[in-house]
Design a protein around this ligand. Structure first.
Ligand code: PLP
Length: 454
């Protein structure tokens, strides 16, 4: 029996949890009143709770379990690595085989400008690294005035000080007096909610050109970088119009600023390509990664560093005073390598592009006909149902309907499906191994949930 099996009654676990555990992104008062949901096991796309209920994990944990739960190959690789070399750091010119092998593998899988990775323990740490690396790069290049970084409203780049600042979540900014000075935000390409009468193409150009306007306002000589997710994930699966990324790329090149594309959600097959940058034909200079890198089995992230940036550090030199005790942790690297091996052997990226992606998208998009749904959108295996108070009236989108999203999420749980509520959108991002039959179950349960949410 696994050590974490449920040997305690649920109520007792909930009471001890509330007494001693402060949870991330959780209303602590509500948790204390209502108790937590205790998950005790997982296999494939299925979760089991402490009362034996089973849920279809429509969120791949937190957008990360690409290869599904319970993969023995990853557990074995971690066990073997821990027996061989449990921990050693990668500071002060030290390395070890799993860190080397994974860096080499990532150089092969990522777009050609990337040949090097800086390891972190998470996506947030990756974006903290980005923050310092970008500013240090411009110092090295003899342009120390370039300190300003532009992100987007409603973007999410983690919850450390730099991550929260680069992200555009105002509720997060309010806690901690953020953003850090020198960080700016422009509009998101959220056509459904904010595009008004414009075509998607026009709106894509308009929102991209906000970047040009912001750069000119700040002064091009002061701007270091622009950061964005290919598709905004935690912001509600905001899929940009086709015109958006080409225009952003043009503007970034025009002003010579660094482009940071945060691949923490879109990377590792989520869109049916290895990276979101491949999907949209973007050429980033820095690429934060995490989540799908290890399918969440162990915490590991990193920043892919393009040759242009890496060469400045190599040639102009000096120490980069930055790093984490767990940068390139051997067991985490071993988990990532085993995960990537499964992804390649089972051709999961191709599967999302050619098979399960189109299959699930078809029935997901049909949910757009439901009276509660304003838009059903999906790329690869990440999708959203945007709930609207008045069918057919887009002007009411993004106007909180109340707690419809939260209500819908709770009903969904009771129907055995984990979806995530972002305001009044219901989000899915299932494991890339989900079968056709399970995809059908997901849509059936989502439909039942919508019907009951009225
Ligand atoms: N960047 C993006 C795009 C994310 O979605 C997330 C987490 O959801 C992060 C960064 C932060 O990653 P982590 O939670 O591993 O710190």
């Amino acid at each position: 029996m696994p050590a974490t099996s449920n040997i305690y009654p649920t109520k007792q676990l909930q009471e001890r949890d509330a007494a001693h555990h402060i949870h991330p992104f959780t209303d602590t008062g509500a948790l204390n009143r209502e108790g937590s949901r205790i998950i005790t096991g997982a296999e494939g796309v299925w979760l089991t709770d402490s009362d034996g209920n089973r849920y279809l994990d429509g969120m791949a944990g937190l957008w990360c379990t690409q290869v599904g739960h319970g993969r023995k190959e990853i557990a074995d690789a971690v066990y073997d690595q821990m027996r061989q070399l449990d921990y050693y750091n990668t500071f002060f010119k030290t390395s070890h085989p799993p860190a080397v092998e994974l860096a080499d593998k990532l150089a092969q899988l990522t777009p050609p400008q990337f040949n090097r990775v800086f390891y972190t323990g998470s996506g947030s740490e990756a974006n903290d690294t980005v923050f310092r690396m970008v500013r240090t790069y411009w110092d090295l290049m003899g342009e120390p005035k370039r300190k300003h970084i532009i992100g987007r409203w409603n973007g999410y780049h983690g919850s450390t000080l730099a991550g929260t600042s680069l992200g555009g979540m105002t509720a997060m900014h309010a806690q901690g007096d953020l953003p850090i000075p020198g960080v700016h935000h422009i509009a998101q390409p959220y056509w459904f909610g904010e595009g008004g009468d414009m075509s998607q193409e026009e709106f894509g150009l308009l929102t991209a050109r906000e970047l040009e306007r912001a750069i000119e306002e700040i002064g091009p000589e002061n701007v270091a970088a622009f950061i964005a997710e290919p598709i905004q994930g935690a912001g509600g699966v905001i899929i940009p119009p086709e015109t958006y990324w080409p225009e952003i790329s043009r503007i970034v090149k025009k002003f010579g600023i660094l482009l940071v594309v945060d691949e923490v959600i879109c990377g590792f097959g989520r869109l049916g390509t290895w990276f979101g940058s491949d999907y949209y034909g973007i050429e980033p200079d820095l690429m934060p990664i995490a989540k799908g890198l290890s399918s969440g089995y162990l915490p590991i992230g990193g920043v892919m560093v393009a040759d242009k940036v890496a060469n400045a550090f190599i040639e102009k030199g000096g120490e980069f005073f930055h790093g984490y005790t767990y940068s390139g942790h051997p067991a985490c690297c071993a988990a990532a390598l085993a995960n990537l091996k499964i992804m390649e052997e089972e051709k999961l990226v191709e599967r999302v592009a050619e098979d399960i992606g189109p299959y699930l998208q078809k029935s997901w998009k049909e949910l757009g006909d439901h009276p509660l749904v304003g838009e059903a959108r999906m790329v690869g295996l990440v999708g959203a149902l945007e709930l609207v108070p008045v069918k057919g009236d887009r002007s009411k989108a993004f106007t909180p309907v109340g707690d419809v999203g939260t209500l819908c999420r709770d009903i969904s749980f009771n129907n055995g499906l984990v979806m995530r509520a972002v305001r009044d959108s219901m989000i899915i991002s299932p494991p890339l191994v989900i079968s056709h039959e399970e995809a059908d179950m997901l849509v059936e349960r989502a439909t039942k949930t919508l019907d009951q949410t009225f």
